[in-house]
Design a binder for this molecule. Structure first.
Ligand code: SF4
Ligand code: SF4
Length: 326
């Protein structure tokens, strides 16, 4: 038997659900509950359709029907969003800090992406609160994607991704900071463009030397960092990834922000030193093959896609998510 609730967005197969509650921890909006041993959704309006609960359920009991509950739509506009007092002020301005650091690369904003006009994504509103998806290019950088979504004034999803140009083998920089009123889910990594297990020079140059000390410091000093990241993320990210959910305390915010700043600083040093390589060399062909696989894995699995489709529509949602995927 299948329980459908929340306007058919959310279906739980009663014969599979064991009431373990893992989906409750995974849901960024905290709208799932166990009642009579079964998972239910308490506030469908707030469901982002991100699919995190579906992917995190060990029993494969959940189905999220994307689009079934969508009432809220983003208001796309070109003016300055956030003119009114915004709920954004209560969240940590991590993107402002990282955006300031990356000015060293003199990024240039682009307004057309893969043939589509993206001006409206520069500022838009979800439920009258400001959000943005912005794309830039820079020297040695194919794509610098910066995005911040503010959902219902109770959660932000802030992302910064740096994708190197095809002549460079340096890692990608990725930071995802999803902050609710009680928790922060965090991913920070320099994602390898070559397999560090195959290429020990790559491991030493881009990971062991610049990151070992930082990694040991942060992994040991962020208490309660509960790693719940997807298997496909673990498969393509580096051994130096810092990720997990933590309680939102002043100390934790400080640690995570320091981690993001230090990892970006390390990436900027790599970017400064990076020398172009022949994109047709056997080595760079391997790098491109891996980059292609990474892109495909993200396209198939990224949970952010569901919420963007819900608020921006399928076409614009697909464009917006591709700014902030490698
Ligand atoms: S994670 Fe799956 S099995 Fe566990 S409570 Fe949620 S729906 Fe049920
Ligand atoms: S789809 Fe996302 S927001 Fe909706 S219930 Fe599942 S985890 Fe929560």
């Amino acid at each position: 038997m299948t329980t459908e609730n929340a306007a058919s967005i959310f279906k739980v197969d009663e014969s599979l659900c064991i009431g373990c509650g893992l989906c409750i921890d995974a849901c960024p909006m905290k709208i799932l509950e166990i009642q009579d041993g079964l998972c239910i959704m308490t506030d469908p309006e707030k469901c982002l359709e991100c699919g995190t609960c579906e992917r995190g359920c060990p029993e494969k009991a959940i189905t999220i029907v994307v689009g079934a509950g969508a009432k809220a739509k983003a208001k796309l506009k070109t003016g300055t969003a956030g003119a009114t007092e915004s709920a954004r002020a209560k969240f940590y301005p991590i993107l402002d800090e990282l955006t300031e650091m990356i000015q060293v690369a003199s990024p240039k904003q682009i307004f057309t992406f893969e043939g589509q006009d993206i001006t409206s994504l520069h500022n838009f509103e979800i439920d009258n609160e400001p959000s943005y998806y912005r794309a830039y290019t820079a020297d040695k950088i194919d794509k610098l994607g910066i995005s911040s979504s503010l959902f219902f004034g109770i959660m932000t999803a802030d992302v910064l991704v740096l994708t190197p140009s095809k002549e460079y083998d340096i890692p990608y920089f990725i930071m995802d900071w999803d902050e609710s009123e009680e928790h922060i889910f965090f991913i920070c990594d320099l994602m390898p463009a070559d397999d560090p297990g195959r290429n020990s020079d790559y491991l030493n140059k881009y990971y062991y030397e610049p990151l070992e000390e930082l990694y040991m410091n942060y992994i040991m000093s962020i208490p309660g960092l509960k790693s719940s990241v997807f298997h496909w993320v673990r498969a393509i990210h580096s051994p130096y990834i810092i990720t997990g959910s933590v309680e939102k305390t002043k100390e934790n915010i400080e640690m995570l922000a320091n981690c993001a700043r230090d990892y970006l600083k390390a990436w900027i040093e790599m970017w400064k030193k990076a020398e172009p390589q022949d994109p047709n060399s056997p080595y760079m062909k391997l790098v491109h093959e891996r980059r292609k696989n990474i892109r495909e894995l993200y396209k198939e699995n990224d949970p952010g896609a569901g919420s963007l489709n819900k608020y921006l529509g399928k076409e614009m949602g697909a464009t917006a998510i591709s700014f902030i995927e490698p």
